[in-house]
Design a protein around this ligand. Structure first.
Ligand code: GDG
Length: 483
């Protein structure tokens, strides 16, 4: 068996240029940790964009960058500022991202950025082709690279190609509005195996393939000329051990070892023992429903005024894609809403919302998860939502309540949480009330089930399931062709 080539827009390491030198630091995100088991040793390589444009990389540092990346089993695809603009901020994040999250009105259909998307996908495919040898396996990730499978297959029909989409695949009625819908489907069909987080996304994709390309589809197989392409769902898990152990370590911290945030949260608990902390963490993205959540919080405070001074909402909004206009508008809307709600409801001893617009180090993330009585995660659409899973994994004493949107992929596996429609303020306000008043025994019973499932279907299992299915598929396809 050959090596595995993993390919995604961003690499599992982040480059830092300082004092004329360069260093590559491992990323902590879900994809990077999830792929660790696949991306190990010398038999795998990860190809992606470094996050720095050609213009940003000083010429004399270029060889050093390649070397630093090679030490982490990675290689970069070079992109100019213009390419990043058309491919990443343009077609990926102004066309596909809003469309696939059902924000049709935000989706821009611009020929220019589609052309850049195609050219950049070809660059990624060329980078794979340069490294690909017989018996290699290629695993392509996410919506930025949907044309890559076909571009690789054209030149190397012999190697195994898998594709995984980390965001929802929309229903046919939404997908059909894309001017380049057939090309996108054909790009994906270059893969032997196409994976989604949920069964629904898988069905939507199959329906688009049948109706737009007229291909024969049987269960989750697509017949294309002499090939069979398999489509399946692989709900992504988390590094359960990492989160549960970090939470256990966190509990052992002496006051001197505690972060400032942890000390403040502990003080808050001590001074107001019957007050509840509600946590909300997302990238600042319109798909995450942060503005709706703030409106629902206001609705809750009006409906249940007895909880004024008894609840506090912590909003951690992580900056994201801030040069896309919709994200700038959203930032303004969220800032204003928080200002208004705090202005209307605050008392001398209470501010209803604590707002942080930044990303925090991992240890602070654990501080927030472990200190919050309730996690309130209500995206309007979300491929999976790993934060919901991470919150549950850190609840070592099994207390805590998760209020989760039905529209998150993770809702399928987290039935023991309080599932809500984020557009229904009445239902959401009642869920907050229920969460605040849920008996400890019931919290523990729900979380015991959730934790068992999350521990079992962890991210390593996800990656291994996908890889085994890809290998099986290749064998099945080879047997079919030789018939
Ligand atoms: C996409 C899909 C799908 C967040 N804030 C901080 C921080 N995080 C980490 C969390 C979590 C990750 O970022 C966020 O993952 P999500 O799944 O919640 O959301 P997206 O970023 O939108 O991810 C999503 C995912 O891909 C995987 O397929 O689930 O649906 O949209 O791991 O812990 N980490 C640190 N500081 C922060 O401030 N250190």
């Amino acid at each position: 068996m050959g090596k595995t080539i993993i390919i995604s827009n961003r690499l599992p390491v982040q480059l830092q240029i300082s004092n004329g030198g360069i260093s590559a630091i491992p990323s902590v995100g879900g994809l990077a940790t999830g792929m660790k088991s696949v991306h190990s040793g010398s038999d795998s390589i990860w190809i992606g964009w470094s996050g720095l444009t050609d213009e940003e990389i000083p010429k004399k540092l270029a060889p050093k960058i390649d070397q630093a990346l090679a030490e982490h089993g990675s290689a970069k695809v070079n992109l100019t500022a213009k390419e990043v603009d058309g491919f990443y901020y343009g077609f990926s994040n102004r066309t596909i991202w809003p469309l696939f999250h059902y924000f049709l009105e935000y989706s821009e259909f611009e020929l220019e950025s589609w052309n850049v998307y195609k050219a950049v996908n070809q660059k990624f495919a060329d980078a794979i082709l340069e490294k690909a040898e017989d018996d290699d396996i290629v695993w392509v990730h996410d919506y930025q690279l949907m044309l890559v499978p076909q571009m690789v297959r054209e030149k190397r029909p012999d190697i195994s190609i898998g594709f995984f989409l980390h965001i929802p695949f929309p229903s046919f009625e939404i997908f059909r509005t894309l001017p380049w819908r057939e090309e996108v489907l054909e790009g994906l069909l270059g893969a032997d195996l196409i994976g989604f987080h949920t069964y629904d996304y898988e069905r939507h994709f199959l329906s688009s393939v049948r109706r737009l390309l007229g291909l024969e589809v049987s269960f989750n197989d697509i017949y294309l000329n002499d090939r069979i392409i398999k489509v399946d769902s692989f709900p992504m898990g988390i590094d359960y051990k990492k989160f549960s152990e970090a939470a256990k370590e966190h509990e052992k911290n002496t006051t001197a070892q505690q972060s400032e945030l942890q000390q403040r949260l502990n003080n808050h608990k001590r001074s107001t023992p019957d007050a509840k902390l509600i946590l909300s963490i997302d990238r600042l993205d319109y798909s995450k429903g942060i503005a709706k959540r703030l409106n629902a919080f206001e609705y809750f405070l009006n409906k249940f005024p007895q909880y004024k001074e008894k609840v506090r909402l912590i909003i951690l909004a992580v900056p994201s894609r801030s040069n896309v206009p919709q994200y700038q508008l959203l930032k303004k809307e969220v800032d204003e809403l928080i200002g208004r709600i705090n202005g209307d409801f605050s008392t001398v001893s209470w501010t209803p919302i604590w707002y942080f617009y930044r990303s925090v180090p991992f240890e602070n993330l654990i501080d927030l998860y472990t200190s919050s009585d309730i996690a309130w995660l209500t995206p309007l659409r979300d491929g999976m939502n790993l934060v919901a899973k991470e919150y549950i994994a850190t609840r070592t004493d099994k207390t805590g309540v998760l209020i989760l949107s039905e529209m998150a992929g993770s809702a399928n596996e987290m039935n023991e949480s309080l599932l809500v429609n984020p557009n229904n303020f009445e239902q959401t306000a009642n869920a907050i009330y229920e969460a605040i008043n849920m008996p400890i025994e019931e919290q523990k019973a729900r979380n015991t089930e959730l934790q068992k499932r999350l521990e079992r279907y962890n991210v390593e299992r996800w990656a291994n399931d996908f890889m085994s299915s890809l290998k099986e598929q290749k064998e099945r396809d080879a047997a079919n062709i030789s018939k």
